[in-house]
Design a protein around this ligand. Structure first.
Ligand SMILES: Nc1ncnc2c1ncn2[C@@H]1O[C@H](COP(=O)(O)OP(=O)(O)OP(=O)(O)O)[C@@H](O)[C@H]1O
Ligand SMILES: [Mg+2]
Length: 160
């Protein structure tokens, strides 16, 4: 399965992509957001959460490491993690990562901070700076067979 490559010319393109991915996401789906500081991982997560919950206020979980958003009964909660400041050897169980993976949709910035065995089936969205200050390139790939269905739904949603 080939990675998707997308060019975002401005921040509203990032918002549009986040909305499309939000529509494609189902309970149990995991998105790892990778890319340098300031690449737009939180901007993407914020637009994703706003699209799914209608909640305006979506702070970066820079220091709390995790923020949970519940919509209403019947729709999965959304777990937003930023693991940049995760201490090496810290217990990620305490962040609720098992619950997030079982019952919610997990968005995790800096997933490389986790033990490589923690995430098994996940979609990786990598944001990179591009030629223009407001432009980004994005690559979307899948890790693990079970992430392929989600990746396929994203491919469909972004092709429209
Ligand atoms: N096309 C774009 N997509 C996303 N963000 C953009 C874009 N163009 C400009 N920006 C700006 O880039 C910055 C991205 O910051 P953001 O906090 O989302 O980065 P981050 O990847 O989460 O960084 P960190 O690793 O520090 O958490 C914001 O100030 C945003 O307004
Ligand atoms: Mg961030």
């Amino acid at each position: 399965m080939t990675d998707l490559s997308i060019y975002l010319s401005c921040e509203s393109d990032t918002v549009t992509l986040a909305r499309q991915v939000a529509e494609a996401a189902r309970k149990g789906d995991i998105i790892g957001l990778t890319g340098n500081l300031g690449a737009g991982k939180t901007a993407f997560a914020r637009a994703f959460i706003q699209a799914r919950t209608g909640i305006d206020e979506v702070p970066s979980p820079t220091f709390t490491l995790v923020q949970v958003y519940d919509r209403d009964t019947g729709s999965p909660s959304i777990w937003h993690m930023d693991l940049y400041r995760l201490e090496p050897g810290a217990d990620v169980e305490e962040l609720g990562i098992e619950d997030a993976m079982a019952d919610g949709i997990l968005l995790v910035e800096w997933p490389d901070r986790l033990d490589s065995a923690t995430l098994e089936n996940w979609v990786e969205i990598t944001l990179s700076l591009a030629d223009d200050p407001s432009a980004r390139t994005v690559s979307i790939g899948a890790h693990g067979d079970l992430a392929r269905a989600f990746h396929g739904r994203i491919a469909k949603a972004t092709a429209a």
